[in-house]
Design a protein. Structure first.
Length: 129
């Protein structure tokens, strides 16, 4: 579950919570994987890049994203899945072509595997209209 605090039009940093057997826990991440610009990506029509950096000692396998709502406004580059060696970074292409006017928001989920440990990452993609 992704919680995004808001105050008016200002969005806070998302908090990802997992639900397992009547228990809540923060979703674990690999501490050495960085997303730039972060967990929220504001887009305009056209192409935007989300950069993934592998600061781990092992290679990282980056899976193909899927959109929570599956909005046809968002599509992804063909570079995924890909493997980032230790110290490497790569841009992940996100294309946004609005089908209607106004605010659009979806959450992209993708898996990252490092040293046989798979973790799910989420990025909220927002177009403010």
């Amino acid at each position: 579950m992704r919680l995004i605090p808001r105050l008016g039009t200002t969005r806070g940093e998302p908090l990802d919570v997992g639900i397992r057997e009547n228990d809540l826990a923060l979703v674990e991440r690999h501490g050495c994987i960085e997303l730039d610009p972060g967990a929220v990506l504001v887009v305009a029509p056209g192409t935007t890049a989300l950069t993934v950096r592998n600061g781990c000692a092992d290679p990282a396998l980056i899976g193909t994203p899927r959109a929570r709502l599956g909005l046809s406004d968002f599509s992804f580059g063909e570079e995924l899945p890909l493997t980032l060696e230790a110290g490497e970074s790569a841009p992940l292409r996100i294309d946004f072509e609005p089908t209607v006017s106004g605010e659009r928001e979806d959450v992209l989920f993708f898996e990252v595997e490092v040293a046989s440990e798979r973790r799910r990452y989420a990025v909220t993609v927002v177009h403010d209209g």
